[in-house]
Design a protein. Structure first.
Length: 336
């Protein structure tokens, strides 16, 4: 989702009616269209009969999904586009997509939220639902991070996943090497999902679970971990809390250990990466101080705290990884 210049009235109309597309996706989720099409129920009549819905409405909805590229049509039958077939049934369970009704109400009050300086943090069950629905996606992204870091095989590395969610980011390391041990930190409610995912992957005996507040005073460890992962984490907090978090991470790393921050990183001018810039509005509505941060902003925190070898690696799907190292020698005491 890249920035584009407004060149016509049609461009303005496309933006002002953008909620149409969200409404179409929400209806598709609520009417289980992905499940129906994946099961071979390819005609509006069959889907309408199964759902107890209006056939004309189902047809209009399916045609609109064709126009949006989610569905293909041939001889009156419909099927999911290849990528959509793979991800849509899972994404339909994700709170950020399946709970559009509440999100519309929240975003519709954006002006009031700005006037009143009010936020609406998601309820606890949002995060456990988010973790459950993103298990495979987090594992996929974790595999890319494993490839990025290229840890030596059979090195008995120790990996810490802070705010782990489903745990897939850290679990990818454990799956890649039977000598790796992973520690997962999140709330107790979310860790119920994390434990289940670890068990399903057959790695539960190499995973430790810590229920704790990541911004609390308790340390993550001292000279303990070779890799620390913070996935979709820093956008939840303001720069002060992120500095506190990254100081705790520095102390937890062994000399030469690395932190990986996988997050939505806007361009330095906040103009080109549209999704990343708009996501900062979501964080304004959802968190007391969260935002999206540029590589320049994050790297300045890291340098100030005492990290070195700071690099940016685009990972696709709007996600980038910022990798930094604790110096190979010297104290992990953060600079003031």
């Amino acid at each position: 989702m890249q920035n584009q210049q407004i060149a016509s009235v049609e461009d303005i109309l496309d933006i002002s009616t953008g909620y149409w597309q969200s409404a179409i996706m929400t209806a598709a989720f609520e009417l289980h269209l992905a499940d129906h099409l994946a099961a071979g129920r390819a005609s509006p009549a069959v889907i309408a009969g199964t759902e107890g819905a209006d056939e004309r409405g189902i047809r209009v909805l399916l045609d609109s999904l064709c126009a949006l590229g989610f569905v293909n049509r041939s001889n009156g039958s419909y099927e999911l586009a290849p990528l959509v077939k793979k991800v849509m049934p899972v994404l339909g369970k994700a709170p950020m997509l399946s709970q559009h009704r509440g999100n519309w109400q929240l975003w519709g009050g954006l002006a009031d939220a700005i006037r009143r300086r009010t936020q609406a943090p998601p309820p606890d069950e949002y995060w456990s639902g988010f973790a459950e629905s993103t298990r495979e996606f987090s594992l996929h992204k974790g595999t890319a991070v494993v490839d990025l870091l290229k840890l030596p095989k059979n090195a008995q590395a120790r990996v810490l996943d802070v705010g782990c969610g489903a745990g897939g980011m850290g679990f990818a390391f454990a799956v890649s090497d039977p000598t790796i041990r992973v520690t997962c930190i999140d709330t107790e409610r979310v860790l119920k999902t994390t434990r289940g995912f670890a068990k399903s992957l057959g790695i539960a005996d190499r995973v430790d679970f810590r229920a704790m507040d990541v911004l609390g005073d308790s340390p993550f460890g001292q000279d303990e971990f070779d890799v620390v992962i913070g996935s979709n984490l820093i956008h939840l907090f303001d720069d002060t809390d992120n500095r506190k978090l990254l100081k705790k991470v520095l102390s937890a790393l062994v000399p030469g250990g690395r932190v990986v921050l996988c997050d939505i990183i806007p361009d330095e001018e906040r103009r080109k990466e549209t999704y990343a810039v708009l996501f900062a509005v979501e964080m304004y509505l959802r968190t007391p101080g969260g935002s999206t941060y540029t590589f320049g902003e994050v790297s300045s925190w890291l340098r100030e705290i005492g990290y070195e070898k700071i690099e940016l690696h685009p990972m696709g799907d709007y996600i980038s990884s910022i990798v930094a190292s604790r110096p190979a020698s010297g104290s992990a005491k953060a600079r003031n």
